[in-house]
Design a protein. Structure first.
Length: 276
């Protein structure tokens, strides 16, 4: 079996490292040009890794470029991984490897197709979420499922914790599935559309705390969009206050924090915050 990999972020590199940790190998790696997305969160450069392992590294501005598709074909890849990549792969890319293209999504598909999976899992108060490896098709997160890892959530889970759990789940899933792909023993199952949901994208403005709403919703929003996301916020005397960590007090409790915000059903005690 011949494998290719497309990534430009640490999460993808961690998956590549996982492949080599279990004795696997890659035949081709594609990434962005060095000058692209330099401010992208998690952006990494793959030159050292590819040089160390003798992997051909192709740099291009877009995964759908003709020279990229031709490289996938000329290397006679069986499988291509695209992980941590924002550009949508077109039909030519999906059809270039003999067996297909595989991706990862940080939910238990078919639940949570779409964007902002980590914040939404917390905002929706889910008991569990996870990571799914699946075969890419022309839809959005609709392809056949290869395998999944479940991640438990609690009423105290934060985006920081879940982000780290999702990263680790990618690694463990790659270590489990890669040998199955290599041996041709991987099993695929069609997603059950009766359970399918789609979560919309979120913007930094969606972190605006509703001061007329519930303190419990405010605290949940703080947990959902804390680091590495832009954070929950409110306006105070014309200045933006970003809240990274907070807890709920009832109205009878004394708030010892420097910053406390009263709601109709409780008080938000801000324990980590900054004025923007």
């Amino acid at each position: 079996m011949k494998f290719g990999f497309v990534t430009c972020v640490q999460l993808g590199l961690s998956c590549m490292e996982a492949i080599y940790d279990i004795g696997g190998k890659l035949d081709l790696v594609m990434t962005l040009k060095d000058e692209q997305s330099v401010n992208k969160s998690g952006r990494v450069y793959l030159d050292d890794f590819c040089s160390r392992h003798g992997i051909e590294l192709l740099k291009a501005r877009h995964v759908n470029n003709a020279e990229v598709v031709e490289a996938f074909k000329s290397h006679e890849l069986d499988w291509l991984f695209i992980i941590g990549w924002s550009q949508i792969a077109g039909d030519a890319v999906l059809q270039a490897p003999k067996l297909g293209v595989l991706g990862m999504h940080p939910t238990l598909l078919p639940v949570g197709r779409g964007r902002a999976a980590i914040p939404w899992a917390i905002l929706k108060g889910l008991d569990e979420t996870g990571v799914t490896m699946f075969k890419l098709d022309s839809g959005v997160d609709t392809g056949e499922i290869v395998d999944q890892v479940v991640i438990a959530l609690s009423q105290h889970s934060t985006a920081t914790e879940l982000y780290n759990d999702v990263n680790q789940a990618h690694i463990s899933l790659m270590k489990k599935v890669f040998p199955e792909l290599e041996s041709g023993m991987a099993k695929f199952r069609v997603q059950d559309e009766t359970f399918a949901t789609e979560w919309p994208g979120r913007s930094p403005e969606d972190g605006d705390i509703d001061l007329e709403g519930s303190v419990y919703d405010a605290e949940r929003l703080v947990r959902a969009v804390t680091h590495p996301y832009p954070g929950a916020f409110f306006m105070k005397h014309g200045r933006k206050v970003v809240v990274w960590k907070a807890e709920v007090l009832d109205l009878a409790q004394e708030c010892s924090s420097e910053l406390c915000v009263s709601f109709k059903d409780g008080v938000l005690r801000c324990t980590e915050w900054q004025e923007a």
